[in-house]
Write a protein that binds this ligand. Structure first.
Ligand SMILES: [Zn+2]
Length: 443
């Protein structure tokens, strides 16, 4: 417990008068803001908590849509428009070096710059001490209590002239290891702390509470991904040396609802996706089809997502090759009936978003297209990105022997995608894209 949370010093003007937290262009002001992220708390849990009388000082939560893969670093980098992480997780594949990088060692010792996955961490005034990141999966209750106490003390000691951004990770561990019932006492304690901080700060402090991603709240089973790939003649490697077809690298770390696959030069992503389509627990795979299209291949068939940007903005097409892997045929029908689809099959990004916020795959076209572009969500984008069905995970086999999961996240489906966003002062639109959240959080 020796590591200290990163405290950002000197980044704000301490002379700014209280109540005038930030000055916008035209001398417009707003109250000071406490921004608090609760790792992995899904919208539905926060909505139910409010219905039971918790968080009564907040307006109703909006659904904040987490980008796929629905993982903390990707979500917070996207929501805060921070630097893009190297990979989807701590263990990742370096495309340039053609080998796996990162390790459990990142979890040990101080949070030095090489262990900071994205610049959003520089914006945090409070985050848990580094050893908690791992301990939270072993002793989540004790870690959560200690973490919340430290947050409260540090917030009260911080200069009151500027915003404060805290990140509580214990909620994610509690949900994974103990399940939603055990989260309730933690939410009640947090409610007590926030009531106290609200009484202390008054209307002069806005509290914004949000989460980074949602959670699939059910027992999860393993997808036998590597076994299946090997049975089908693929070699799974940690680096690509020498030539040869059917070679893959598949980083494994957390026990989560997606897998990132990297293909050697002579390995065809389309073939890999076809090999995985019938495997139990796989929902679909994504791979790039040239520069302006992505193929979705699942047990329900194949479709092409096409994107085009012109003077009229960004437009998407959903082209069913065979079947309807994303269950979007009814939405496409509605858009056609409304005259929103042009002769080439494209409809406006906003038109798709307006009709898919509550879909099984929220905001699927824009979300999934970006997920597999180089440098968009991560630097080292996968060649094939797999999203599991709810109730399934892929991950590091050593971890499977230590933990028993009551819930997980990572896939592109509604439960994992739907995080929440709420404020004591403002109301938001019912659905907020993660990529469009920064102005609401920081400005
Ligand atoms: Zn998690």
């Amino acid at each position: 417990m020796v590591a200290q949370p990163r405290v950002r010093a000197g980044a704000h003007d301490e002379n700014t008068p209280r109540l005038v937290g930030h000055t916008h262009g035209a001398a417009q002001t707003r109250p000071r803001r406490l921004l608090l992220c609760l790792d992995g708390v899904p919208f539905e849990i926060m909505q139910a908590a409010q219905a039971r009388g918790l968080f009564a000082g907040f307006n109703e939560p909006a659904r904040l849509l987490s980008p796929f893969p629905t993982m903390t670093n990707i979500a917070l980098a996207t929501m805060l428009k921070a630097s893009v992480p190297l990979g989807y997780e701590t263990v990742y594949f370096d495309r340039q070096a053609q080998e796996l990088r990162g390790s459990i060692g990142k979890y040990i010792g101080r949070r030095t710059p090489d262990k900071v996955p994205s610049s959003y961490m520089d914006e945090l005034d409070y985050q848990e001490p580094l050893p908690f990141e791992f301990l939270v999966y072993v002793a989540p209750d004790a870690v959560w209590r200690a973490d919340m106490r430290r947050f409260r003390e540090r917030f009260r000691a911080a200069p009151q002239t500027r915003d404060y951004f805290g990140f509580l990770k214990g909620t994610d561990g509690l949900l994974h290891i103990r399940g939603p019932e055990k989260l309730q006492p933690a939410l009640e304690s947090l409610d007590g702390i926030l009531r106290e901080l609200q009484a202390w700060g008054g209307r002069e402090t806005e509290i914004v509470l949000f989460s980074d991603h949602g959670m699939n709240l059910e027992e999860v089973r393993k997808v036998h991904l590597l076994t299946h790939l090997r049975e089908q003649g693929y070699e799974v490697k940690s680096e690509f040396r020498g030539r040869g077809p059917r070679k893959l690298a598949v980083p494994a770390f957390g026990l989560i609802g997606f897998a990132a696959l990297y293909c050697s030069d002579e390995t065809d992503p389309a073939e890999v996706a076809a090999t995985l389509a019938p495997l139990e627990g796989v929902d679909f795979s994504l791979y790039r089809d040239g520069n302006s299209a992505v193929i979705v291949h699942g047990a329900r068939g194949r479709a092409r997502i096409r994107r085009t940007t012109n003077g009229a903005g960004t437009r998407f097409a959903y082209e069913q090759l065979d079947g309807d892997p994303l269950e979007l045929a009814p939405v496409l029908g509605e858009l056609q009936a409304a005259g929103e689809v042009d002769a080439q099959g494209f409809a406006a990004d906003a038109a798709w978003f307006a009709r898919t916020g509550a879909h099984t795959y929220p905001d699927a076209l824009a979300n999934l297209f970006a997920a597999i572009q180089h440098g968009d969500r991560v630097h080292n984008a996968a060649d094939v990105l797999v999203s599991t069905r709810d109730g399934y995970y892929y991950g590091w086999s050593a971890l499977e022997r230590i933990v028993h999961l009551h819930a997980t996240h990572g896939n592109a489906r509604r439960q994992s995608t739907t995080a929440f966003l709420m404020s004591t002062h403002r109301n938001f639109t019912p659905y907020v894209r993660g990529s469009e959240a920064r102005p609401l959080l920081r400005e």
